[in-house]
Design a protein around this ligand. Sequence first.
Ligand SMILES: C[S@@+](CC[C@H](N)C(=O)[O-])C[C@H]1O[C@@H](n2cnc3c(N)ncnc32)[C@H](O)[C@@H]1O
Length: 226
Amino acid sequence: MGPKPSKSLGQRLMEWRPLVSIYESRFWRRSGLFARIAGIPFDQELATLSREARLEKARRVLDLACGSGIYTRPFAHRLAHGRVVGLDLSTPMLAQALRRSREEGCGNLDLVRGSALDLPFRSGCFDVVNCCGAVHLFPDVPRALAEIQRVLAPGGRFTAAVFRRGPSEREVRRAEQRERMMGVHAFSREEFEGRLADAGFVAARFPHEHGVWMLAAAEKSAEASV
Ligand SMILES: C[S@@+](CC[C@H](N)C(=O)[O-])C[C@H]1O[C@@H](n2cnc3c(N)ncnc32)[C@H](O)[C@@H]1O
């Protein structure tokens, strides 16, 4: 998969205010339809990835491509002694995240506009990087994974939810259609596992795979240099 041109339709949607305003509601990310398609309700996804990230041991967490903060805020609430940074490319998403985090009184949450391909953080500064619903939108996945690996501390955890491409002919055909129309790249487990290994991650695991959705977790080796 080579670099993609300009902004995909998928990314333009993420900057479209009407969608941003309903993104977290029961009409989209928390909808029954989304849960059926993904094979997992949002709260269970959050619990699974929090466990894989060993969030209770983290002090510095990056929620990469945080959108409206659907993960960022629960992480901030759970981190009694830590801080969470939410980073996203979409200004409307970040405005929504800011509004909601103020409403919920999250005092340990910072929001940054930036690109996953060029993270504005020093090397080794996060215990956990979480990135949900977004790797499949990145125009250069190897570069984004290299950046995630760079900003993680040795022994740091990476968790993700990505679009999945199942093995059947029908699933492969549908995934190709989605990529052509929306610029959304769906990964087979083998492909994502390979991408993680190429970026230097170890201990890759896939706690959920169903239909078009896959949860993944991996680590930066404790022996890795910062
Ligand atoms: C579907 S939303 C996911 C939001 C949230 N993480 C979730 O799990 O629901 C995808 C987000 O990825 C962001 N995004 C896409 N490409 C990005 C990039 N290169 N750098 C940073 N954010 C990006 C979009 O702006 C959008 O807010």
